[in-house]
Design a protein around this ligand. Structure first.
Ligand SMILES: Cc1ncc(COP(=O)(O)O)c(C=O)c1O
Length: 448
């Protein structure tokens, strides 16, 4: 027997104060808002400036793909007929229906969220597109936002452009409940002090485990105060998890433990598991927020490419959820091996010159450079050692300052182990060693 559960969700009026002024003032696109009516049976549509597909030169599209179960085996998939026509034509703003349906099933399988329980999905041209539109839909100039740090550097310019008060914090799962409580109270007081009715307390969250935060213990549930916030959960590395323990549940899953859902807007991406160039990401969350995102899409790029969505769907549908799981497990294992190669090179060349913890997901190491023997907690700046010295020696990495909301000095550096071959890893880490040694020597001279 199917298990029966009742999931309550926040009412539409809850989001009235959460939407930004821009989102509230954006009028629906006159043409796009009529588009769903075309599907009414028996209706003849004279509505849309759709080009006549019979004039398009494409007659079929075939591609070959590796089998998830046996990557040495390839099969060819063909998109033609009505499928091709849909892929070549304008489509719904929220996304290509067959792909949306498939993703609903995926979110149920991996996050326990069922269709019809107060949430939906919109597709975007990568998750970046959706994150940008979500920030635009919820943040007014000057608003305060909590940001789990280090954060994805690609979002900081969005908050900067809106002159936000960006408050960098440790991921909430590592924070003591009293700290979260205090933050939430401060936010609420600040709001009251401004005489401002909006209560969009935004928390921009990165999935834990992509950054290894030392030996901190993760908790299996989160503190009540977290749900004072609307959580933007940016999680493109969810399927690149290779830790030994079961994966930590997403905020999207955790909110099911609350009396009502509707505070999490989750961003997933196909970039790291199928192709980054295919430009497909998806947002899952409350209808009111996705409506605002869709209205932005309807007035900016109209929709995500129908063709790449049709290609992604053809592939995913041929795999099924089991095939998808097999594929992503293989991809994760690939990155785990890459991590180990990189870590071995660091143990060989950087012991005593840098500290790190092993990530359990994703493709990055976060190294803390030991730029001086007397370096205290939080001291030092990797910017010159990395941007200038390391580059001169022939290696590129990103100084940690670019991942901090306030851009302060930090001894951390982000190094990607995704694409570099074993020999180049060794060479790169040796060059990092030389750069750190040079920075330490110069620091020592200055100290005297
Ligand atoms: C943490 C994070 N979020 C979002 C993105 C954007 O990815 P995409 O737009 O390709 O889905 C990236 C890309 O590297 C990322 O690292």
């Amino acid at each position: 027997m199917a298990d029966i559960r009742e999931v309550k969700h926040l009412p539409a009026k809850y989001y009235k104060d959460i939407l930004s002024t821009v989102a509230k003032e954006r009028k629906p696109s006159p043409i796009r808002s009529f588009l769903p009516l075309e599907k009414t049976p028996g209706v003849i549509s004279l509505l849309f400036g759709k080009p006549n597909a019979s004039t398009f030169p494409f007659t079929s599209l075939s591609f070959s793909a590796r089998s998830p179960a046996d990557p040495t085996h390839e099969s060819t998939l063909t998109i033609d007929g009505a499928e091709l026509e849909a892929g070549l034509q304008y489509g719904d703003t929220a996304g290509f229906k067959p792909l949306l349906d498939w993703i609903f099933g995926l979110q149920e399988a991996f996050h326990g969220r069922r269709r019809g329980e107060g949430w939906r999905i919109s597709m975007g041209s990568g998750s970046q597109d959706l994150i940008y539109k979500a920030v635009n839909a919820m943040v007014n100039p000057g608003d305060s936002v909590l940001i789990e740090s280090p954060v994805y550097a690609g979002v900081i310019p969005m908050f900067h452009a809106l002159h936000c008060n960006q408050i960098g914090i440790f991921p909430t799962i590592f924070l003591p409940p009293c700290f979260l409580n205090l933050l939430s109270t401060l936010f609420l007081l600040n709001r009251g002090g401004n005489g401002c009715a909006r209560h969009s307390l935004l928390l921009f969250a990165l999935h834990p485990r992509t950054v290894a935060y030392g030996q901190a213990e993760t908790k299996s549930s989160v503190h009540r105060s977290l749900w004072d916030f609307i959580i933007l959960e940016d999680d493109p590395y969810f399927y690149l998890y290779y830790g030994k323990e079961p994966r930590y549940p997403s905020y999207f899953t955790l909110e099911l433990e609350e009396p009502e859902v509707g505070r999490v807007l989750r961003f997933d991406s196909l970039s790291k598991i199928l192709s980054a160039g295919i430009r497909i990401g998806f947002a899952s969350g409350p209808e009111a927020l996705l409506n605002a995102i869709d209205q932005h899409t309807a007035t900016s790029n109209l929709q995500t490419s129908s063709l790449t969505q049709a290609i992604a769907y053809k592939l995913l549908d041929s795999w099924g959820y089991e095939g998808f799981k097999t594929h992503t497990e293989r991809v994760s294992e690939f990155y785990r091996q890459k991590r180990d190669v990189f870590e071995n090179a660091m143990k060989k060349h950087l012991t005593g010159l840098a500290e790190w913890s092993s990530p359990e997901a994703g493709m990055f190491f976060w190294l803390k450079l030991l730029l001086s023997d007397n370096q205290g907690e939080g001291e030092g700046d990797s910017e010159i050692a990395i941007k200038t010295k390391a580059f001169e020696k022939g290696v590129l990495a990103l100084p940690g300052t670019h991942f901090l909301p306030n851009g302060r000095a930090t001894p951390y550096v982000r190094a990607s182990f995704s694409t570099t071959g074993e020999e180049d890893v060794d060479r790169a880490v040796r060059r990092l060693r030389e750069a750190i040694l040079e920075a330490r020597a110069e620091g020592a001279i200055l100290e005297h």
